[in-house]
Every structure is written in structure tokens, then in C-alpha cells.
Design a binder for this molecule. Structure first.
Ligand code: ZN
Length: 487
């Protein structure tokens, strides 16, 4: 069970939206955790506000793994919904053709932002039978009813627990655009569509409950329970998903199974742009690609998205990206200095205490409902302390190795140091690897010496070897040109 040395002291507490309380985290099965995160609806590129919620989920998953848990992480892709269908009809193309490039971009951004690969990435269109099973159970139990057009609705009046997550009065009427989208002649204005009957020009699946397509909410219930079981540990999403999406997920899942869906619900606050929530419909948003084109590295964007507590709104701006670039550079350059450091002298007797204290402070902060701002502060305290000892030549070579190991261990959770891209790039052709590494180092040195002619010459030579080089505030970045053409 003690999968890592960190596990022993584990005392993670999380703010459960369902109870509104800070609760000690207790997995259903000892040492194992199931996590479901609501993924993107792929009718356009995901913006950095969407990615804040994925970066938060990744931080959670990385921290659970760092703490010794064996995690199963499922992140769905909603590849059928009203907006996708609307756009596909407008462009006269099948929905799969509309969603394919958006999915590809999403996965590329996911990798570049160093989000861990989920254990499962289910797509809604590939889980229609599971949704139909669930709807049949609800119909049999009297929690759902059919309408004349072949749709099926969840009957909210049959489920007294409705409104518990969002803390709304169940008699309250549903408001907002989805009411119109879901309105196919239902009994009660609050009821929501589990299944939408066939409509001219819309995609449909032939099923036991008749032809049609799923509602958005049933997709997540069916996929999460299929991969993680009737009841699982953690369900995450953006705060805007609390109502109605997650409230509806709970109602339809628990009415069908009689068991709780997820034990703990975690919701990430919005990313703000100019004091307002970043949202596609306002037209004021950046995609990760926009940010990279402006010269910020993926790890700087990752840092900007994770550096504040997940429940606090974050103001996103060029200034926040510049600060993030500087922060990741401070961590990276400390590690570089430690890696290059050699000194023949006795070990620094006070260093182990400093390293242990930093490690403990980091863990205690993260255990406190993922207080990443405090965890980062402890990492930067360590960086300051280590830099001072490097400047004084107070460390032995072995000390430097120990300090670097601690920083790298913290970065297993943060994932913001080290070069961008190389992890996902294919290996260079045989024999060329050493040459490329050498040329990249030479070019970095040429730029540092402001020798632009030499730097350009080296860029050309690297391009001949299939490596593209870009200059960013974080220094030069390289990637395989073959990879670029594909992505
Ligand atoms: Zn969902």
C-alpha cells in the first residue's frame, strides 16, 4: 500500500461542493482513486479559460499520484451536442467531420500544456448503448417519461434530492438558454432531456428506446459510471457546470442506481479577462495557440493557469503570462545551476533540514485543499536558499545533486521545468541526436553572445536536420519539423 515515501503522511483535505465543507479525503478503495473530469464540447477550439479547469484536474491527479495513490482518470470528449449539430448543419457536413480537427487541436494543446494522459478518454458518440441502458432503467423506475416526438425527459418531481449540489430550491424554474434547447414538449418546465427524438437533418442513432440522440448530461453519467463504477471518488469541472450539468448528472445517475454518483465534487473558478469570465460567447478569449504565437512557452501558460488556488478567480493578462514566464525561468535556472555545480568540499550539514522542510511545506500546502500558491511559495523559498548557497560555493557536488532531486520531485506535481516539446517529439534520426543537441547548445550560446549571424547559420543547419527553432522569452525552443507538419 505504501507506494511512495509520501504516502505515510498523507492527510489530504478537499472542499466538497456537495457538502460545502473541507473534508478529509478517503478513497473508496484503499490506495486507489477514480477521477472523472468533464471534458470539452468540441464545436470550436478550447480557450485558455477551459484549460484552467483541465490544468486544475491534472494538478489534482498528479498530486494524488505523487502522494502514492493509484489513480484512474477519465476525461470525456463531448462530440455530439446542440452546438455541434447546429454548426454541422450550417456547414453541411457530418458531425464527425466537424469535430475531428477540434479534437486534434485539443489533444495537441493538452500535450503541450503537459497535462497527464488520462487513463480513458471516452467519446460520447462511442457510448450510446450505455446511455440507452441508463435511460431504460429510469423509464422503468418511473423517473423518466417519453414525449410524442420520441424524446425522453427526466421527471424532476420524482427526485426529492434535486438541487442539493447547487443548493437551489427544487421548485425553482430552470432558467437559461438550455431550456429552449431542451424543450420538446415536456410535462414540467424544469424537466431535462435524457434523449432527444429524431429531427430532420440531425444525426440520429437507432436504439431500443427509439431513434434519436442523447442529451448532454446523460453522456457524462453513462461514461463516468462505465469506466469508474456506480460510485467513484472525485468528479471535477468548471464552476459553471454545477448547475444544471452536474445537478442533472447526480439526479439521473442516483435515481437509476440508488447509489451516490461521486463522493466528492470539486469545481474550479473562472479565468477572468478584464474582470469578466473568459467565454467564447463574449468573443474575448485566447486559445493556447494564440498564447504560444505571442512567444510564451507552454510551460509558462501552464504555470499561469495553475499558480492560483483552483477556487479563486484568476485574472489573465499579458502581465500574468510575463510573471509566469519569469517564475518558470527562476525554477529552471536554479536547476541548471545545480546540475552544473561541482565543488570539492564536505557536505553542508544544514542542507538536509532545509530540503526536508521545503518538501514538508509543499506537501502540507497541497494537502490543504490543493493550496498551490502556498506550495509554490515553499518551492521558491527553497530556490532562494539554494541560490544563496550556490553563490557562496557552500554546497558539495553531492549536496547540489540532493537539492536538484528535491526540486525535480516537486516538479512531478507542477510540471513546469525542463524543455518544452521534447517529451512528445519523436526521437531524432540515428546518429543525428548528438549533433542536434550540440548545435542547439551552440546556438543558445551564440544568442547569449548576441552573435546573430552565427545564430541564424545554426538555425539553418538545424532546419536541414529537421529541427525548427523558435526564440521565446524563456529562451530557444525546438521541435521536430515532421511533428509540426502533423500537429
Ligand atoms: Zn460532464
Amino acid at each position: 500500500m505504501a507506494r511512495s515515501p509520501h504516502h505515510v503522511a498523507m492527510s489530504l483535505r478537499l472542499r466538497n461542493t456537495l457538502s460545502g465543507q473541507l473534508e478529509p479525503f478517503q478513497p473508496l478503495a484503499t490506495g486507489r482513486v477514480g477521477v472523472y473530469s468533464c471534458g470539452p464540447t468540441v464545436y470550436g477550439p478550447s480557450h485558455v479559460g477551459n484549460f484552467r479547469s483541465y490544468v486544475f484536474a491534472d494538478l489534482l491527479v498528479r498530486y494524488l499520484r505523487w502522494s502514492g495513490y493509484q489513480v484512474t482518470w477519465a476525461v470525456n470528449i463531448t462530440d455530439v451536442d446542440d452546438r455541434i449539430i447546429r454548426d454541422a448543419i450550417e456547414r453541411e457536413m457530418p458531425i464527425a467531420k466537424l469535430t475531428a480537427p477540434h479534437i486534434e487541436h485539443f489533444l495537441d494543446d493538452w500535450r503541450r500544456l503537459r497535462l497527464s494522459e488520462p487513463d480513458v478518454r471516452p467519446r460520447a458518440t462511442e457510448h450510446i448503448p450505455q446511455m440507452v441502458d441508463l435511460i431504460e432503467r429510469l423509464l422503468e423506475a418511473g423517473h423518466a417519461y417519453r414525449t410524442e416526438d420520441g424524446s425522453v425527459f427526466f421527471r424532476i418531481s420524482s427526485w426529492p434530492g434535486y438541487g442539493r449540489l447547487a443548493r437551489i430550491d427544487p421548485s425553482q424554474q430552470r432558467v437559461g438558454e438550455r431550456v429552449v434547447a431542451d424543450d420538446y414538449g415536456k410535462d414540467d418546465v424544469r424537466d431535462f432531456a435524457l434523449w432527444k427524438g429524431p429531427k430532420e437533418g440531425e444525426p440520429r442513432w437507432p436504439t431500443r428506446i427509439g431513434p434519436g440522440r442523447p442529451g448532454w448530461h446523460i453522456e457524462c453519467s453513462a461514461m463516468s459510471m462505465h469506466y469508474l463504477g456506480t460510485t467513484f471518488d472525485l468528479h471535477t469541472g468548471g464552476i459553471d457546470l454545477v448547475f444544471p450539468h452536474h445537478e442533472d448528472e447526480i439526479a439521473q445517475s442516483e435515481a437509476a442506481t440508488g447509489q451516490p454518483l461521486a463522493r466528492t465534487w470539486l469545481h474550479c473558478a473562472h479565468l477572468q479577462l478584464g474582470g469578466e469570465k473568459m467565454a467564447r460567447r463574449t468573443g474575448r478569449f485566447d486559445t493556447p495557440a494564440d498564447v504560444f504565437h505571442r512567444g510564451y512557452s507552454p510551460r509558462a501558460l501552464r504555470y499561469a493557469l495553475l499558480a492560483a488556488h483552483y477556487r479563486a478567480p484568476v485574472e489573465y493578462s499579458d502581465q500574468s503570462l510575463r510573471q509566469a514566464s519569469a517564475a518558470v525561468e527562476r525554477l529552471s535556472s536554479c536547476l541548471r545551476s545545480l546540475d552544473e555545480y561541482t565543488e570539492l568540499r564536505p557536505d553542508d550539514a544544514s542542507l538536509p533540514v532545509v530540503l526536508q522542510a521545503a518538501h514538508r511545506a509543499f506537501r502540507e500546502a497541497m494537502d490543504d485543499d490543493l493550496n498551490v500558491a502556498a506550495a509554490l511559495a515553499s518551492a521558491f523559498d527553497l530556490v532562494r536558499e539554494v541560490n544563496r548557497r550556490i553563490a557562496e560555493r557552500g554546497l558539495s557536488t553531492a549536496d547540489a545533486g540532493r537539492a536538484a532531486a528535491v526540486l525535480r520531485d516537486l516538479d512531478r506535481v507542477l510540471a513546469v521545468v525542463g524543455p518544452d516539446e521534447t517529451a512528445t517529439s519523436p526521437a531524432p534520426p540515428d546518429g543525428a541526436g548528438h549533433e542536434i543537441t550540440g548545435l542547439l547548445a551552440e546556438r543558445a550560446a551564440a544568442r547569449a553572445a548576441r552573435d546573430w549571424a552565427r545564430s541564424d547559420e545554426l538555425r539553418t543547419r538545424l532546419a536541414e536536420l529537421g529541427v525548427a527553432v523558435e526564440d521565446t522569452p524563456d529562451g530557444q525552443r525546438s521541435r521536430r519539423i515532421t511533428e509540426m507538419a502533423r500537429g
